[in-house]
Write a protein that binds this ligand. Structure first.
Ligand code: BES
Ligand code: MN
Ligand code: ZN
Length: 501
């Protein structure tokens, strides 16, 4: 997909725009946007609204052909809702609807002439990013594993019309959004790949390829090196699997050598059967998505590489399978983590925290400015927040409140929202073990919180946040597929950090 920003020609106006299809906004109450007015000519658009063919409700569309006086072959009317100052939500619905129509049109190129500069509380950069992400999402297909590839029809080139005053900001925003969309596409692809292809070794290969393409550092540790680091907790999870574990470390050095890095840690369970505490069969295939935390780190690194941000970022991915076998961990096993703390494994299905705790201890060596881990950690988080918000967990002090605010704001900015949850000592007590320093489960009450409390015990040496993406990383049912979340949140967080915001 190719995006170009074009200033609206003062002389010819929208009537003179030669294009396969031009999208303009209409409002409820039968009102026309400035773009629609410019194309109304003998009143065809007014008539369409009057007749009720389009209501103007946000996300409704009507395709017209051969409009009087217009150089465009088609005019797509897009509903923007009832206010002249368009809300974020309505604008998003409008660009999503226009994107869907574009992806099925019989023309190669189209033009968006929506009110990018008139969104309530948002600037033109926000609106352009919103449009680019919507178009890329509508065009995303996963057919790597189909024998016959779908013919991709529809629009391939989109011109976005803005005022000439806004065109520089719009160009920057379109380039940033394209990098972000490319990162999300990688995250989606990795999530959607089947678990017999997307193994720990495969993820390591992707990290190496990215490092080569964008010239950043990468190191892949194998079982022997993981043993030498004494990651007893991580090793206990991989024990039951024939697939070799990998510990992936990526280093993006866009900042000054002495700048403390942000460390992103992604859960990379390439398949989670539950182990000996085996999961029920129904929908178990979806546990191929248990590496979406890792995939979001790789996707964010792709975006980082394209954006060339001026800051240092380290990516850490513990990757393995969680399988039952004669060599698998058993409930009751006690293991020693890299930190020295011992863990009684009461449920082998609570394996995410077991691989993450060692990765979080490993992260200490980077003397990080902040560490953010990303994990499809608990079904309980889906129960608590559903599929709309990622769970955000941090300690509750000033430094952590500030980090939480940054992450929440980054999510809000891109519609990739998170919701903050508590971490308190009262919950820590549920992790008591009679035989080890802690148990790996805290019982059913507050399951996503006790999981975060477990991780918290390995993050005392730095500022840390945990993102539980169990409800947001993929969709189930007919629309089954990875969402690419939380790459927008993470990338925007890093962009804001690089800008010193
Ligand atoms: N990967 C799962 C979490 C999960 C389950 C994410 C379903 C999305 C949908 C994780 O490893 C897990 O199995 N967690 C257990 C923890 C429990 C045993 C304390 C869970 O959530 O049931
Ligand atoms: Mn599990
Ligand atoms: Zn898991």
């Amino acid at each position: 997909m190719d995006f170009s920003i074009k200033p609206i020609e003062a002389k010819t106006g929208l009537l003179g725009v030669k294009t396969g299809c031009i999208a303009v906004g209409v409002f409820e109450d039968k009102k026309l946007s400035a773009g629609a007015k410019a194309l109304d000519g003998k009143g065809a658009i007014t008539a369409a609204l009057k007749s009720g063919d389009i209501t103007g409700k946000a996300g409704t569309t009507l395709l017209l052909r051969g409009l009087d006086g217009a150089a465009a072959e088609r005019v797509l009317l897009v509903g923007l809702g009832n206010e002249e100052s368009v809300s974020e939500k309505n604008f998003q619905a409008a660009v999503q609807a226009a994107s869907r129509v574009f992806s099925n049109l019989g023309t190669n190129e189209a033009t968006l002439a929506l009110p990018f500069e008139e969104i309530k509380n948002r600037d033109v950069s926000w609106a352009i990013r919103c449009a680019v992400l919507a178009v890329r999402d509508a065009n995303y297909r996963f057919d790597t594993t189909k024998s016959k590839k779908e013919e991709k029809g529809g629009v391939k080139k989109i011109a976005v019309l803005t005022s000439s005053a806004a065109s520089n900001a719009a160009k920057t925003a379109a380039a940033q959004a394209t990098a972000l969309a490319n990162g999300m596409a990688l995250t989606k692809d990795l999530g959607n790949l089947p678990p017999n292809i997307c193994t720990p070794t495969y993820l390591a290969g992707v990290a190496k390829k990215l490092a080569k393409d964008y010239k950043f550092g990468v190191e892949v540790l194998d079982r022997k090196q993981i043993e030498a680091l004494k990651m007893g907790s991580f090793l206990s999870v991989t024990k039951g699997s024939e697939e070799p574990p990998k510990f992936i470390v990526m280093k993006y050095n866009g900042g000054k050598p002495k700048d403390a890095p942000i460390v992103l840690v992604g859960k990379g369970i390439t398949f989670d059967t539950g182990g000996i505490s085996i999961k029920p069969s129904a929908n178990m295939d979806e546990m191929k998505y248990d590496m979406c935390g890792a995939a979001s780190v790789l996707g964010t690194f792709r975006a980082l590489g394209e954006l060339g941000l001026k800051l240092n970022v380290v990516g850490v991915i513990p990757a393995c399978e969680n399988m039952p076998s004669g060599r698998a961990s058993k409930p009751g096993d006690i293991v020693t983590s890299m930190s020295g703390q011992t863990i009684e494994i009461l449920n082998t299905d609570a394996e995410g925290r077991l691989i993450l705790c060692d990765a979080l201890t490993y992260a200490e060596r980077f003397k990080p400015a902040a560490v953010v881990d990303i994990a499809t950690l608990t079904g309980a988080c889906v129960t608590a927040l559903g599929h709309h918000n990622t769970g955000l967990f941090t300690r509750h002090d000033d430094a952590h409140d500030a980090l939480a605010q940054e992450l929440l704001a980054a999510g809000k900015e891109t519609g990739d929202t998170a919701w903050r949850m508590p971490i308190e000592d009262a919950y820590q007590e549920q992790l008591k073990s009679n035989f080890a320093d802690m148990a790996n489960i805290g019982g059913p009450p507050g399951g996503s919180i006790t999981a975060a409390c477990f991780l918290e015990r390995y993050t005392k040496k730095y500022t840390w946040a945990h993102l539980d993406i169990a409800g947001t990383a993929w969709k189930s049912g007919a629309a089954k597929g990875a969402t690419g979340r939380p790459v927008p949140l993470l990338t925007t967080f890093l962009i804001n950090r690089a800008n010193g915001k």
